[in-house]
Design a binder for this molecule. Structure first.
Ligand code: ADP
Length: 262
């Protein structure tokens, strides 16, 4: 099963839109984040103060102690404190998640721009293996079949790195212990082909048809943004390249990034 993916202007437009949205969200989320942190600190102070007042009332004893206990009950202070603490934690998590999504969205901005240099295919592959080291080193199943001759292409090295990172990270995620991931550098007359070939879970035809849709993910909530593939597509297109994905459920996925040789 092979699906060929043609470039589309749609992605470029989407990229601009995404970058715009990310920019707009960035500011408000910044102060929401810092407000939450400060508010939590203030709440902690209030809680401590309330505890001390409670201690004072206990020491005073008699009617004062009784009244404090009554107040504590009437406003269910203890339960509220637990609830508020939970709300702060949830908000914090939510905000961190939004920030992560915004960061991913920002990668859409001007994907083809930035400094272009001549990039060594071997070096690009070695770098991405190093960058994902903490994800695969214990499984030891990523193999780079280093070609006899290096191939060079033009591009923005940071963006190319991001593309390879997205693909290798996905491959690592999909591939269980004992199954392998092979990286290869191939070439034809005009192009270098960077291959990431995994023996992982593969994709159904339906999943495969949706992977370039922004925010599409099959990962559990909190684990994926669903932006990796669409960002990669945008970047590769801006480099006049192509992505070909062949995948079979239960067998694995082969991603080929095709870029013009320098
Ligand atoms: P995310 O990784 O955050 O889910 P991506 O856009 O990178 O977002 O990927 C979208 C989906 O494509 C994944 O959730 C997964 O279902 C599928 N996918 C991508 N790469 C692979 C792979 N190597 N093997 C199996 N499924 C994959």
């Amino acid at each position: 099963l092979e699906e060929r993916l043609v470039s589309a202007d749609k992605m470029a437009m989407l990229g601009q839109l995404a970058a715009g949205i990310a920019h707009e969200i960035n500011n408000p989320i910044g102060y929401v984040r810092s407000n939450t942190v400060v508010a939590k600190d203030i709440f902690n102070d209030y809680q401590r103060a309330l505890e001390e007042i409670g201690n004072l009332c206990t020491r005073a004893g008699g009617e004062i102690e009784e009244q404090f206990t009554a107040l504590e009950k009437r406003f269910s202070l203890k339960d509220s404190a637990i609830e508020i603490a939970q709300m702060f934690d949830e908000s914090h998590e939510g905000i961190e998640r939004i920030i992560e999504i915004v960061k991913a969205l920002r990668s859409f901005s001007y994907p083809g721009s930035g400094k272009h240099t001549q990039i060594s295919a071997i070096e690009a592959m070695n770098t991405v293996i190093k960058l994902t080291n903490n994800l695969h080193r214990y499984r030891n199943n990523v193999v780079f079949e280093v070609p006899k001759e290096d191939v060079f292409f033009n591009g923005n090295s940071g963006q190319i790195q991001q593309v390879l990172m997205n693909f290798l990270t996905n491959a690592i995620y999909a591939t269980p212990q004992g199954k392998g991931i092979t990286l290869k550098v191939e070439r034809d007359e005009q192009n270098v082909i960077l291959v990431i070939d995994d023996e992982g879970e593969g994709m159904s035809k339906e999943t495969l048809s949706k992977i370039f849709t922004p925010f599409f993910t099959t990962k559990p909530p909190g684990e994926g943004t669903g932006l990796g593939m669409s960002i990669s597509m945008t970047i590769v297109e801006q480099h006049n390249g192509k992505i070909i994905i062949a995948s079979e459920e239960g067998k694995g996925t082969k991603v080929s990034v095709i870029l013009p040789i320098a």
